[in-house]
Design a protein around this ligand. Structure first.
Ligand code: IPM
Ligand code: MG
Length: 351
């Protein structure tokens, strides 16, 4: 197959993990006789430096025409001045919104070989396999913001259709998995959450009667994720709760450097990125963990290109590499560790 893939390396460790991911996609293309055409564009801080904007028009236009977009990470101390008018993160939010990517899939599956990298007891982690579906284009991230001399506000809004469509994505995933869904909100306090719960309950009852649906308050969910992670299958939640819960959930897998994500909308073309940030403290050292970015390419192959065998092959290769304890520093916990490139090469050898 032929596919146009736009690559947005971004800032910090973004370029390092993105280039590892591209190398893996090239290996997949070679092995399976596909033609992937890669085009690189700027986003985030580097784009601000070059053009003054975190999401230049040329980047957005290329992304709109691509079959899939692969992103590294954005942000860094250079652009973190609280008084700055433009910030790298705005580029990421703008591209998610402009491409209509309302559903962010974040799978959490601790690898048996990396259980000791997690601060959670191994016996709690065995068999954990969670898919968090985070709403990505609404809520407090995108509401009106105000600032006066002595106060500030961020508006959180959700409409019924916004909730329905993301719950449907989660419901479909639950049907293909263990048929259990938990919708997370703060319905004891927030009006948006009360609407969320009402709509989620109705969609699940009317359209997914075969899926067991429950509701959980976000504070309680934060606790349950650590105390009984095995009990969860699909979790669906609003934008900010999903942001926070998935960083927490990454500790089940042992490292933020292991969690991939897919951001999907109504079209097949999606955006794929590791859930970790730009990690400026280790940028440029060649030691970043590329596995989250590499696992994001597996999601790209599966969800945007429909290449299921190839997706499975990438995931299997990463499994094998972890089994062989080819760990970057974040996983090695003081033991032997390899560079970003060596980790990527180990995956490629197994493809
Ligand atoms: C994420 C990140 C982003 C978010 C930041 C960089 C804007 O934390 O993808 O989880 O909050 O969505
Ligand atoms: Mg986050």
């Amino acid at each position: 197959m032929q596919a146009r893939i736009v690559v947005l390396p971004g800032d910090g460790i973004g370029p390092e993990v993105a280039s590892a991911a591209v190398a893996v996609l090239k290996a997949v293309a070679q092995r399976h006789d596909h033609q992937f055409d890669f085009q690189e564009y700027d986003i985030g801080g580097i784009a601000i430096d070059k053009t003054g904007e975190p999401l230049p028009r040329s980047t957005l236009e290329a992304a709109q025409q691509a079959d899939a977009v692969l992103l590294g990470a954005v942000g860094g101390p250079k652009w973190s001045d609280p008084n700055a008018k433009v910030r790298p993160e705005q580029g990421l939010l703008a591209i998610r919104r402009a491409l209509g990517l309302f559903a962010n899939l974040r799978p959490v599956r601790p690898h048996p070989a990396a259980l000791d990298a997690s601060p959670i007891k191994a016996e709690l982690l065995q068999g954990v396999d969670i898919m968090v579906v985070r709403e990505l284009t609404g809520g407090i991230y995108f509401g009106e913001k105000t600032r006066t001399a002595d106060s500030a506000s961020d508006l959180c809004t959700y409409s019924i259709p916004e909730i329905e469509r993301v719950v449907r994505v989660a419901g479909k995933l639950a049907q293909q998995r263990r048929k259990h869904l938990v919708s997370v909100d703060k319905a004891n306090v927030l009006e948006t959450s009360r609407l969320w719960r009402e709509v989620a309950a109705r969609v699940m009852q009317d359209e997914f009667p075969d899926v067991k649906a429950e509701h959980q308050l976000v504070d309680s969910m934060a606790m349950l994720l650590l105390s009984r992670p095995r009990d969860y299958d699909v979790i669906v939640t609003e934008n900010m709760f999903g942001d926070i819960l998935t960083d927490e959930a990454s500790m089940l897998a042992g490292s933020l450097g292991l969690l991939p994500s897919a951001s999907l909308g109504d079209r097949e073309a999606g955006l794929y990125e590791p859930i970790h940030g730009s990690a400026p403290d280790i940028a440029g050292k060649g030691i970043a963990n590329p596995y989250a970015a590499i696992l994001s390419t597996a999601m790209l192959l599966r969800y945007s290109l429909g290449l299921y065998t190839e997706a499975g092959r990438v995931e299997h290769a990463v499994d094998e590499v972890l089994k062989a304890r080819i760990f970057t520093g974040d996983l090695a916990r003081g033991g032997a560790s390899v560079s970003t490139d060596a980790a990527a090469r180990a995956v490629i050898e197994r493809i």
